[in-house]
Structure formats: C-alpha cells, structure tokens
Design a protein around this ligand. Structure first.
Ligand SMILES: CC(C)(COP(=O)(O)OP(=O)(O)OC[C@H]1O[C@@H](n2cnc3c(N)ncnc32)[C@H](O)[C@@H]1OP(=O)(O)O)[C@@H](O)C(=O)NCCC(=O)NCCS
Length: 148
C-alpha cells in the first residue's frame, strides 16, 4: 500500500536514515534547519508504513524549488519516484504556482533522464558547483495553473 504524507520534525531520524543510506546530502543539523525553513514542506512516500522516498520543496512567491528528492535504492525503477513527482506537481498546481525549479548535477544522468520525462528543461548552469567539480544544471518546469 502506497501513501504520501507530510513529514514533520518528529520524523527527522527517518529522514536522516534514508539520506545516510542514499545520497548523504545533509547532517541531522541541516535536516533540522530544513524543517524550520520558511515555505518549506517535506513529503514522504511510504510503502506499508516504510519511508522509501522524500521530497523537500520550498515555495517562494509563485515558484517552488525542489531542494531534495530521493528514493530508497532498493525501490528504484519501479515507478515510485514518478508517483512522488506526480503528486508534487499536482500539489504545486493546486497552490497556483507557475514554476517548479531544481538543480541537478551534470554527471547525474539517471536523475536528468527522470526529470526530462516530466518536461523539466535546462535554463542555466552553475559551473563547478558540486564538491567533485561537476556543474549544476538549473532546470524548470512550467506548471498549468487555473486562471480565476
Ligand atoms: C532519480 C530518482 C529519484 C528516480 O526514482 P525512481 O523511483 O527510480 O523513479 P521511477 O521508477 O519512477 O523512474 C525511473 C526509471 O524507471 C523506469 N521504470 C519505472 N517503473 C518501471 C518498471 N515497473 N519496470 C521497469 N522500469 C520502470 C522509468 O521509466 C524510469 O526510466 P527512465 O528514467 O529511463 O525513463 C532515483 O534514481 C534516486 O533517488 N536517485 C538518487 C537521488 C537523486 O539523484 N535525486 C535527484 C537529485 S536532484
């Protein structure tokens, strides 16, 4: 059974654990900071109550920035990432946001292919942005908002 729920700070250990087992992006202190950041929402993807995916996004005016997106290694290439991204896009459209933005390493071809399927296009580049010297690609997806 799959579900998506908004995660709050009491589940910080689960977020840190999944991160440590995947991309090791943030320390526990950095996770705590994310939970407190203005406009930030954290969503978890659960399979039978096991947290297998996380998305952190921050709303700034009429745009949302994806600051973190990961699926547990054992559950990849089964459609779970797409399920979470589909949820996020709908959520942003309901919030009447115009754009969804993210950064991805030029060397992360798996993620780039994944984002292309959701019509993210490259709008900029940050040279030597990551610790390993790789460039960051800035990507955006225009959202379909309701005209009221
Ligand atoms: C990028 C990431 C989130 C994708 O998650 P995922 O759960 O594997 O995503 P999906 O399963 O929905 O799609 C991935 C691929 O599996 C394929 N797939 C989905 N269901 C499938 C199935 N049942 N059988 C075979 N292939 C399948 C999809 O078509 C897709 O292929 P493509 O990218 O070649 O088009 C995941 O690889 C990840 O966590 N990477 C590390 C973190 C990362 O790089 N995050 C982004 C940083 S900005």
């Amino acid at each position: 059974m799959i579900s998506i729920k908004q995660i709050n700070e009491k589940d910080i250990d689960l977020c840190y654990e999944l991160d440590s087992n995947t991309i090791s992006l943030w320390s526990k202190k950095q996770w705590a900071h994310e939970f407190k950041k203005k406009g930030t929402k954290i969503f978890g993807l659960l399979v039978k109550n096991l947290l297998i995916g996380i998305c952190v996004f921050q709303v700034i005016l009429d745009e949302a920035q994806i600051n973190y997106f990961v699926v547990n290694k054992k559950f990849r290439k089964k459609g779970f990432g797409s399920y979470l991204m589909g949820y996020l896009i709908k959520k942003c459209e309901k919030l009447n946001l115009n754009k969804l933005l993210l950064e991805v390493s030029q060397s992360n071809l798996t993620a780039q292919k994944f984002y292309s399927r959701f019509d993210f296009s490259t709008v900029g580049i940050r040279k030597n942005y990551y610790k390993d010297g790789s460039h960051a690609l800035l990507k955006e997806k225009k959202l379909t908002t309701k005209i009221i």
